[in-house]
Design a protein around this ligand. Sequence first.
Ligand SMILES: N[C@@H](CCC[C@H](N)C(=O)O)C(=O)O
Length: 296
Amino acid sequence: MSTRIAFLKGHGTENDFVIVPDPDNALDLPPHTVAALCDRRAGIGGDGVLHVVRSAAHPEARHLAGEAEWFMDYRNADGSVAEMCGNGVRVFARYLQRAGHAGEGDLAIATRGGVKYAHLAKDEPGAAPGTGLVTVAMGRAVLPGGEVTVATAHGTAPALNVNMGNPHAVAFVDDLADAGDLSSAPAVTPATAYPDGVNVEYVVVRGPRHVAMRVHERGSGETRSCGTGACAVGVAAARRDGAEPAVTGSPVSYTVDLPGGRLVITEYPDGSVDMTGPAVIVAEGEIDAGRLAGVG
Ligand SMILES: N[C@@H](CCC[C@H](N)C(=O)O)C(=O)O
């Protein structure tokens, strides 16, 4: 007998996810099932899976249940587990709103990177329901220091090590094409800087407080957007511009253009970072897990 899995499909600036509601954590979702769901030809297709579980029902989130009812059990497209997914939190919040578990306003969501607070803005007058922007308080960036270098077949660039709950290497380049093919992971040295792998962002300056980026995501390949990556880029840009809020005493906002859309990243003098962008649910259905390659 095969299992039927209810799912939704959503995206945030085209970083797309298979959303699997499973309040009681009853589903078996091993890495190969996640990879099969994310397969763009033989599955639903996505950069990752947002497994929606009540915090109280998940061993990794039970301790957060008093603060956040819902846990975002995030998985990359290859089935690996990640600590955080910024675009994922926005889409997760949108799903909770659509399912009637949350309304407009503030909402706490548990992640492996701690509890994040999302704010669902009101829809614009006349706009479709569930289209208001979502802001997520992403917490503070950690900059471990040390020199890091990223390299593809197109060349080598110095990068900044920024941790947004998950690891990033941010390299400013002259042209986004300089990164070449990002479907496979750039080489990052020293490897010891990232014992668990890394997401790599290539960035160009578009204007004052305005940048554009491409990203190779650990466990997913080149994606059209990465929320934690955009935050890491905003933080790196502020250091590069001498605008670090902890030093200047003023918040700073960057517009970050990604292949899939635009995010606004704001850093405050206490080091906390907010990310604002869209989150959309585009489909809903049920899949016969037995028909997924290697599952059943
Ligand atoms: N797309 C995400 C990041 C997802 C996790 C990442 N691939 C990792 O392994 O750390 C985002 O929007 O932040």
